[in-house]
Design a protein around this ligand. Structure first.
Ligand SMILES: Nc1nc2c(c(=O)[nH]1)N[C@H]1C(S)=C(S)[C@@H](COP(=O)(O)O)O[C@H]1N2
Ligand SMILES: [Mo]
Length: 260
């Protein structure tokens, strides 16, 4: 989501969302509405990208056929987001923020430290070299923006749950709250269940290379079960907390849950 608006030829987004709501089974409908009822959420749930009127039809068909697997994804916090082969990666992967790429933070990796705050045993700050020593895994997953566009990418990094264990985080706390280096600030709260999800990652690489500036150097949090805005880039601190501290898009009315 940004100044840009992604228009889909022949598709009225609001009507598509309305029609989808009508077509959904009851339980899914309730969760979809409380989850913010966006085109992005529909993409997350159906796996269909809406690019024209025929794919909108496909999406509606799949919504009306929401089966046990989709219901399970919506209601099970441990359900995995789909993964893809390398051949499915979107090239080039889009940049998105509330500003243009020229205004993206330029973080000096030598000076940068990840600050750790709140309900953790060890509040030590972490240099990039120290973080790079942690075991890393790669995922090829789909990033879905609330606006309705999506793209598949390859991200490598350390599962956030491993890091939370390492620093002795109180995982009974409600949130992990991330703050970013963006000039006018960007932050986002992540509910603890999602922070502990096996695919939620502290990401250091994109397509096997050090994360480029566009995608959040030196570190982003990749949450493939959530919409794009719940994936903070240019992260400078994380705080384990019971307080809901709000977020850049959350404060503007986007649902903080926004995912499975
Ligand atoms: N720090 C920061 N993180 C951010 C944003 C931002 O503006 N600043 N935008 C969010 C949104 S809305 C999207 S869709 C994704 C875009 O990530 P990408 O540039 O890697 O595609 O980043 C998310 N994380
Ligand atoms: Mo987004």
């Amino acid at each position: 989501m940004a100044k840009r608006s992604f228009l889909i030829p022949g598709v009225d987004k609001r009507l598509l969302i309305k029609d989808s709501i009508k077509a959904m089974p009851d339980l899914a409908r309730r969760r979809f509405i409380t989850g913010g009822a966006s085109l992005g959420a529909l993409t997350l749930l159906t796996g269909c990208d809406v690019i024209d009127s025929s794919s909108a039809e496909e999406m509606l068909k799949s919504v009306s056929k929401f089966n046990d697997a989709v219901q399970a994804f919506i209601f099970n916090p441990h359900a995995l987001a789909p993964t893809f082969p390398e051949s499915a990666i979107t090239k080039p992967f889009p940049f998105n923020a509330y500003y243009d790429l020229d205004d993206a933070p330029e973080v000096d990796g030598k000076d940068w430290k990840l600050e750790v705050r709140g309900l953790v045993d060890n509040k030590k700050s972490w240099t990039l070299d120290e973080l790079y020593q942690l075991p890393q895994v790669t995922q090829i997953t789909r990033h879905i923006c609330v606006e309705g566009w999506s793209a598949i990418g390859s991200w490598t990094g350390t599962p956030l749950r491993d890091f939370l264990k390492l620093i002795g985080a109180d995982t009974r706390a409600k949130y992990v709250w991330f703050q970013c280096a963006d000039k006018d600030g960007y932050n986002s709260p992540l509910d603890m269940r999602s922070a502990l999800h096996p695919q939620t990652q502290m990401t250091f690489k994109y397509a096997n290379d050090i994360l480029p500036r566009a995608y959040g150097f030196p570190m982003k949090i990749r949450v493939p079960t959530k919409l794009g805005f719940k994936n903070p880039k240019y992260v400078v601190s994380m705080e384990v907390t019971n307080d809901y501290k709000g977020g850049y898009w959350e404060d503007q009315g986007y649902n903080s849950f926004s995912g499975s």
